[in-house]
Design a protein around this ligand. Structure first.
Ligand code: HSE
Length: 435
């Protein structure tokens, strides 16, 4: 048996560089906290020439042969940082089948075929850990799997994409343009290689699928999640939010009303009180609120993207494995079981929510009656109406706050209103989240 626990990394990009940098900087301290020291043996990437922000340490082999990490006789733990589905899936499967523990930051992979991968890991008596896949540096996975494991959970809600939160925050505070802010997020290393994954909400959907699966013990995948991103958010929506003492955030929500009830899993922009636990979380920060039957709400806030926070999560998994390898026994991380193939998800159309309709109508006597009739036809009732602007004979700008109404009815009502010839601007609808 080697004196050290040896690990290798496949994928030496932004995050891989962050892991090498953090391990190099904190190596002594990290190794003092685990029973046997860790040693980085090998890095693999198909690109050996592009300069990286960190030097490859002299003792570390740098190769374009992924198999030398995945199957390497001298490797105990494989860190997969390739991202995406292919070849990452083959890489993870090869490593698990070769008897390696695997640490991954790959949320897309887990939200697509996580249950299959956990099954392979369990069969081979190895672990697949993924703290970095959700919430960057926030230890939400371990919080669910260990800290809150005695609770029946009722909801997990979060701001899970640093790029979107950064963009919305700057658009709200500076009135900056979407495209300019996105460029900054890319420059700072927050955005995905294809930033449409961020701004269309797919990245957030991958993450909430993982959290919902863990929280509710079901096999919830990306394709089960209702997703709407931030590309249609208008400056006008952010202004409305601010006037109402609210923030507009891209929220991920997984909830169920009772242990056997279907689960709601959705991602969309939502209005929430600025003073609520998630409403004040700005910039690249992520936040997750978990509600358990015994503990009540627990909120974690921290850096959700970027090489250093992600490396923090990756290395915490590697350290956890180092401890487990010395202690023996089943990993603590298997306490929450995802039942393969079990899923009961409520379709978005059948979810009852509160909404805010943002309308700018021509200033005609009948216009508001026509809106009222369209809402009544879909059984949507209005709790509060705010006049936000009025130019006599020209337009009237309104915000209508609805009572709880089925999503299908609200969408039908807004479609009907859009068809009317009373709109000075296209109407929009914002979902509200109570906090
Ligand atoms: N692109 C992601 C984000 C990185 O902006 O949050 C972390 O998953």
């Amino acid at each position: 048996m080697s004196d050290t626990i040896r690990f290798g990394i496949v994928g030496f990009g932004n995050i891989g560089s962050g892991v090498v940098d953090l391990f190099t900087r904190n190596r002594e301290m990290i190794n003092a906290r685990i029973p046997r020291p860790l040693e980085l043996v090998r890095l693999a990437d198909k690109d050996l020439t592009t300069p990286r922000p960190v030097e490859v340490p002299p003792s570390v082999e740098f190769t374009d042969d992924a198999n030398s990490v995945l199957r390497g006789e001298d490797i105990d733990i494989v860190i997969e940082l390739v991202g995406g589905l292919s070849p990452a899936r083959q890489f993870v499967e090869t490593a698990l089948r070769s008897g390696k523990h695997v640490v991954t930051a790959n949320k897309a992979l887990l939200a697509d075929c996580g249950a299959e991968l956990f099954t392979i890991a369990a069969k081979g008596d190895v672990s697949l850990l993924f703290e970095a896949a959700v919430g960057g540096g926030i230890p939400i996975i371990r919080t669910l799997q260990q800290g809150l494991t005695a609770n029946s959970l009722t909801s997990v809600r979060g701001i899970l994409n640093g790029t979107c939160n950064y963009i919305l925050t700057r658009m709200a505070s500076e009135g900056s343009k979407f495209k300019d802010v996105l460029k900054d997020a890319q420059r700072l290393g927050y955005a995905e290689p294809d930033p449409t994954f961020d701004v269309e909400g797919y990245d957030t959907a991958h993450k909430i699928a993982i959290l919902a699966s863990l929280a509710f013990g079901q096999d919830i995948r990306f394709s089960d999640v209702f997703v709407e991103g931030i590309t249609k958010v208008r400056a006008e929506d952010l202004a409305l939010a601010a006037e109402q003492g609210c923030a507009l955030k891209l929220l991920a929500i997984a909830r169920r009303e009772a242990p056997e009830a279907p689960v709601e899993v959705r991602v969309h922009p939502a209005l929430l009180p600025r003073t609520s636990s998630l409403g004040g979380v700005d910039g690249v920060l992520n936040a997750v609120e978990v509600v358990g039957d015994a503990v009540g709400p627990v909120v974690l806030i921290g850096a959700g993207a970027g090489p250093a926070p992600t490396a923090s999560a990756v290395l915490s998994d590697v350290m956890n494995l180092a401890q487990q390898m010395v202690d023996g026994g089943a990993p603590l991380d298997r306490r929450l079981k995802i039942a393969v193939g079990k899923r009961s998800v409520r379709p978005m159309r059948q979810i009852a929510l509160r909404h805010c309709l943002s309308l700018c109508l021509l200033d005609r006597p009948s216009a508001r009656d026509q809106v009222r009739a369209a809402l009544e036809a879909e059984s949507v009732t209005v709790d509060r109406e705010v006049i936000r602007g009025h130019r006599e004979g020209e337009y009237i700008r309104l915000a209508l706050f609805t009572d709880l109404a089925l999503e299908a009815n609200v969408q039908a009502a807004i479609n009907a209103i859009s068809e009317l010839d009373i709109n000075a601007e296209p109407p929009s609808v914002l979902r509200r989240e109570e906090m």
